[in-house]
Design a protein. Structure first.
Length: 422
């Protein structure tokens, strides 16, 4: 039994948005075996390269106690494993636990008596003990809460956010018994300067995490629906939000496309669990439907605005500014703009893509054309600004206007240049 945190030999499994900063932060304090299944990813990290552009060379060098590896045998030296793999959904919006269960199988094969396995992936309540633990037991031939133990400490990483970094975000912790819960909590306190919240059980921690993103999804859905309504009433949505925001308890949310690996995914995890126990959720799925259909609305609304200004639709030139799923990050996967682009393609528009954050080759693989590095002046009939990158704000509305023809549309979806638009 591990009795004190100085007895912990730490292994982190999965080195993406969640695992890499976690491993690097711990490696400032203790030795960390940082494992990823991708040999290519490990080679990049050993050379201080993070393709997600979330980690600098300086941050890599500050974490001197880390060992990057894709060799599972290296993990046998650990006795405390933190699993940080993704939990996506499939094409039917059902939870895809494949990465989670595969990683549990991998760890199960090397699990030793008294080892501890902590999960950080977002799941539905009961997933760790009902889905992951049986896999650990099967491949280790050990008994849960007798021979090995588990914990859950959901990630709260915010890609692109340089202010709320991992050590400055309060952490929920939990364990499969009170002793393990204390041990897990004390370990995370090594790196979390703003403190932790020890949940009463793993299921409570799982539920707390999944509703964080559901709450955001619902609030954004409300504002999206209001923006559609106000647009039909010819009322400026941002002006309404500014006015309502003068009340102290009015929550600040902006309309826009909802994508990414959390907000657009996590609601389906809880609704899946709800249906499995005989409850059909209504509010959660209603919000999801509004946000999912926002892409269709944006595409059609842009076409409508162009027709109103008597801009011929066929063969017009449109510039899409922003391809990532959120501001100030490099990830184009699960981006809300994707469905807008495919909607506009049906109108035979000529589309250019511009995003200073993205890898142009990745854009080529996804959309068939490279992202633009330089833009032509007086060339575009319409510009759709879909992501609130700081680089777009710094670019300024005057520079963007120079890219437009005399008769044009600028659809500033995130109201970056509110009250400054043409």
């Amino acid at each position: 039994m591990i009795n004190k945190i100085n007895e912990i030999k730490l292994g982190v499994i999965g080195l993406g948005y969640v695992g890499l900063p976690l491993a690097l932060e711990f490696a400032k304090k203790r030795k960390v075996i940082a494992y990823d299944i991708s040999e290519k990813r490990i080679k990049e990290l050993k050379n201080f390269i993070d393709i997600n552009l979330e980690t600098t060379k300086k941050q890599f060098k500050a974490s001197k106690l880390i060992k990057f590896t894709h060799n599972i045998d290296d993990l046998k030296l650990a006795n405390f494993y933190i699993i940080t793999v993704p939990t996506p959904i499939n094409k039917f919006n059902k939870p895809d636990l494949t990465p989670l269960l595969k990683s549990s199988e991998t760890i199960g094969k090397i699990l030793k008596k008294n080892d501890i396995v902590v999960y950080e992936s977002t799941v539905y309540p009961g997933c760790i003990e009902e889905d992951c633990v049986p896999v650990l037991e099967k491949y280790s031939n050990l008994k849960f809460n007798k021979d090995f133990f588990c914990g859950y400490s959901p990630e709260r990483i915010n890609p692109g956010d340089k202010k709320h970094t991992i050590s400055k975000i309060k952490k929920i912790t939990s364990g499969s018994n009170s002793k393990i819960a204390n041990l897990v909590d004390n370990l995370y306190k090594e790196i979390i300067t703003v403190g932790t919240h020890k949940a009463s059980s793993i299921k409570v921690a799982e539920a707390a995490k999944v509703i964080e993103n559901i709450q955001r999804d619902l609030n954004i859905a409300l504002v999206n629906e209001l923006s559609i309504l106000f647009d039909k009433m010819k009322i400026d949505t941002q002006a309404v939000l500014d006015a309502a925001g003068t009340k102290w308890n009015f929550l600040s949310f902006k309309p826009g496309l909802v994508g990414g690996h959390c907000i657009g995914v996590d609601p389906y995890y809880l609704t899946h669990k709800a249906k499995s126990i005989g409850y059909n959720p209504k509010v959660i799925l209603a919000g999801r439907e509004v946000n999912y259909n926002m892409a269709k609305y944006v595409g059609l609304n842009l076409i409508k605005k162009m027709k109103k200004k008597k801009i011929k639709i066929e063969n017009l030139n449109i510039l899409i500014m922003g391809l990532t799923f959120k501001e100030n990050c490099a990830d184009i996967r699960n981006s809300g703009i994707e469905r807008v682009i495919y909607k506009l393609k049906k109108y035979k528009c000529n589309m250019d893509f511009y995003d200073p954050w993205v890898d142009s080759l990745e854009v080529k693989k996804k959309y068939g054309v490279f992202a633009k590095l330089k833009l032509k002046k007086s060339f575009y009939d319409a510009i759709l600004i879909s992501v609130a990158h700081d680089k777009f704000k710094n670019m300024g509305i005057k520079a963007i206007l120079k890219l437009c023809k005399k008769n044009h549309i600028i659809y500033d979806l995130k109201n970056i240049f509110y009250s400054k638009k043409s």
